[in-house]
Write a protein that binds this ligand. Structure first.
Ligand SMILES: [Ca+2]
Ligand SMILES: [Zn+2]
Length: 660
């Protein structure tokens, strides 16, 4: 009797089958790597075997060339893994149709999902922890991830309950225990614990090894940053009243830095420093040379400066306020997040005024108050009224309880000046929002419901996918903020139409998501690109790499999706991307397309008009593949007769058997 060690079945879609305890996948890998097979004393003549059958040659080619093609590709492709890769341990069920998309920069997987409505691994009936499930998956596809010791190189950083009852686990990539900047993997599980989606931005394990020693101390690194910041802006202490609102004034941590796969990884200090209330700088300092590799202002900020004030809408608004010691305060304690504590209210919306001063160490920001029920400050009243609406939008639409989803106080500060003049600017500072009173070009920024929702949404992004505020991830951050603006201020696709002085904005708005060119011409600051062929490749020094410029392309895609399927469906897709953490910190435009497609597919189905609308929209702005359909598998399905191939362990023959 010939002992058959493995069988391959080819049918119309080619199929690998494992029998008994034999791990087919490992066997194929061994064939691919020309390693001895189990129970083999003599090496097989692999070439002979492979040549013996055309189909087998195709299989070999599949394994040998796939990754090479993927990494050299200019855009992510799909790797269709063979059907029916059944876990030999029979403990976790793998999907039989897994798609891996690759990051064009690093050649590592950036988005993994299964076709159809299956999870990647069905863990439903087994008592595996989520963490065991993900590492089981990574172990099986170890070659694709290019990590030597995944369990040591991916460190659990955050566990997030998503609003559909699922779980997202964020893993930080580390090397020698030191995290690598911006490189992370997010595993997404449904409420049964089945692994559904993996999003990642990871780099292959460093080779050769990179030293962990450094010569620049932590304090020296902070000093290098502070000296440089001194040249850029004013360093002022945070006023006492606001200190409790600010998370950190300075922070320095060791990281590896690898933003260009052609360069060597560098050990760096990432220094975050708040020189004043408005700004937060991030510095990347070489921990051995002290060189500043990169630096930028890390807080989202919008529009130019200099000011002038107007009456807002002349509408009599009913407000939710707070009475304390006989005074009425602009504290909104009517929301489900309120902690019901009169002495120390939390879970509230609060409006401060900075009394027409710069936010400096001498600031005395106070909660807007009145001795009667009537408030006479129209700017504060408008902001208070609108923030109530923005909170309600997120709560009623997505059950999101405040900016962080966890009852964080919502704080807005009005009447903030810039070097003594009215400020034509609004900020999200990482902890609270600041609104200037405008100037020649702008009315008070609090006049724009979309502007307020924009700043609020920057906060929502920070507490979900935390997109890094530079280049494409920064433009996506802006894109989400404008999306938020157009969802809350729902009648149009314009951003800032209620805050611009039309004398300076001929189109009547700051940005038009339906027409990013905004009736202007290239070179005019009102003009934004609307398609990837107009993409502005800018250095970090210019608007953090064009975050307020290339947002035009994202805005156009948002508009196209929204006009095709309506805002009600659009908001479900975009929020799902945030809520499920389908984007990593350094996600780019292509990642965004993949994430939106995934969310649309989950919400509306594989063949839905909604998914098609998403694809069409990204195609129309030049993001992703041009065909508007799913990427082609690398290996076309094998058609024809059904054969069974058998390798004999003793005779080393390859048998081709007609199907019986
Ligand atoms: Ca608007
Ligand atoms: Zn913004």
């Amino acid at each position: 009797m010939k002992r058959i060690i493995f069988l391959l079945a080819f049918s119309t879609i080619y199929t690998l089958v494992a029998f008994g305890q034999i791990n087919t996948f490992d066997l194929l890998r061994k064939v691919k790597n020309k390693e001895p097979l189990p129970n083999q004393k003599v090496n097989l003549d692999y070439e002979k075997i492979i040549q013996a059958n055309k189909n087998f040659a195709q299989l070999k080619q599949f394994f040998q060339t796939t990754r090479k093609e993927q990494t050299s590709s200019s855009k992510p492709k799909t790797l269709m893994l063979p059907k029916n890769i059944i876990s030999p341990e029979a403990d976790l069920q793998f999907s039989d149709n897994i798609q891996i998309q690759y990051d064009e920069k690093y050649g590592t997987p950036c988005f993994i999902q299964a076709n159809g409505n299956q999870p990647l691994i069905k863990a439903k009936y087994y008592n595996f922890t989520l963490s065991k499930t993900i590492f089981h998956f990574i172990g099986r596809f170890g070659d694709e991830f290019q990590l030597k010791e995944p369990k040591n190189e991916l460190v659990e950083k955050e566990i997030i309950k998503t609003s559909d009852g699922g779980t997202a686990i964020r893993y930080q990539q580390v090397y020698n225990g030191i995290p690598i900047w911006g490189k992370e993997l997010i595993a997404n599980f449904n409420r049964f614990g089945d692994l559904e989606v993996i999003t990642a931005k990871i780099v292959p394990t460093f080779e050769p090894s990179v030293p962990v020693n450094y010569t620049v101390s932590k304090n020296a690194a902070i000093n290098i940053a502070v000296e440089d910041i001194r040249k850029r802006t004013l360093i002022q202490e945070i006023p006492e009243q606001l200190k409790r609102l600010v998370t950190n004034t300075e922070k320095a941590e060791l990281w590896y830095y690898l933003e260009n796969p052609n360069q060597k990884p560098t050990l760096i200090w990432v220094v975050e420093y708040r020189p004043n209330l408005l700004e937060r700088y991030r510095y990347f300092i070489d921990a051995n040379t002290g060189e500043i590799l990169e630096s930028y202002q890390a807080n989202p900020s919008d529009g130019p400066a200099i000011g002038y004030g107007l009456d807002l809408f002349n509408q009599n608004r009913q407000l939710n306020v707070f009475v304390f010691n006989g005074k009425y305060l602009l504290i909104n304690a009517s929301k489900p997040m309120y902690n019901q504590n009169v002495q120390s209210p939390n879970g509230v919306i609060v409006i401060y005024t900075n009394n027409n001063m710069d936010l400096t160490q001498n600031s005395q920001p106070t909660i807007v108050s009145s001795n009667t029920q009537n408030f006479s400050d129209p700017v504060a009243v408008t902001l208070h009224y609108f923030l109530d609406k923005v909170y309600d939008y997120y709560y009623n639409t997505f059950s999101r309880n405040s900016i962080d989803g966890n009852k964080k106080n919502i704080v807005g500060i009005v009447h903030v000046t810039d070097q003594g003049s009215s400020m034509a600017n609004a900020f999200w500072t990482g902890d609270f929002m600041v609104f200037g009173d405008g100037g020649n070009y702008f009315y008070p920024l609090a006049r724009g419901l979309d502007v307020i929702a924009h700043e609020f949404t920057h906060g929502v992004v920070q507490f979900t996918v935390d997109l890094e505020y530079k280049f494409q991830s920064g433009a996506l951050n802006e894109g989400f903020a404008d999306w938020g603006g157009s969802m809350v201020d729902r009648e149009d696709w314009l951003i800032g139409e209620d805050v611009v002085n039309p004398a300076y904005f001929p189109s009547g708005t700051m940005r038009d998501m339906s027409d990013p060119h905004n009736k202007a011409y290239p070179g005019d600051p009102n003009w934004l690109p609307a398609h990837m062929n107009e993409y502005q490749d800018l250095p970090l020094e210019k608007d953090n790499g064009g975050v307020h410029i290339n947002v035009g392309i994202i805005n156009k895609a948002t508009y196209l999706i929204g006009s095709a399927i309506g805002k009600d469906k659009l908001e479900k897709i975009y929020y799902r991307v945030l809520d499920k953490r389908y984007l990593t910190k350094q996600a780019n435009f292509v990642d965004f397309r993949l994430a939106c497609e995934r969310a649309a597919k989950e919400l509306f189905g594989d063949n839905s008009a909604e998914l098609q609308a998403v694809k069409n929209a990204f195609d129309a702005v030049g993001i992703g593949n041009s065909g508007g359909s799913a990427p082609n598998p690398d290996l076309p399905p094998v058609s024809g007769k059904h054969y069974i191939l058998a390798v004999d362990a003793n005779q080393f023959y390859l048998w081709r058997l007609e199907e019986t």
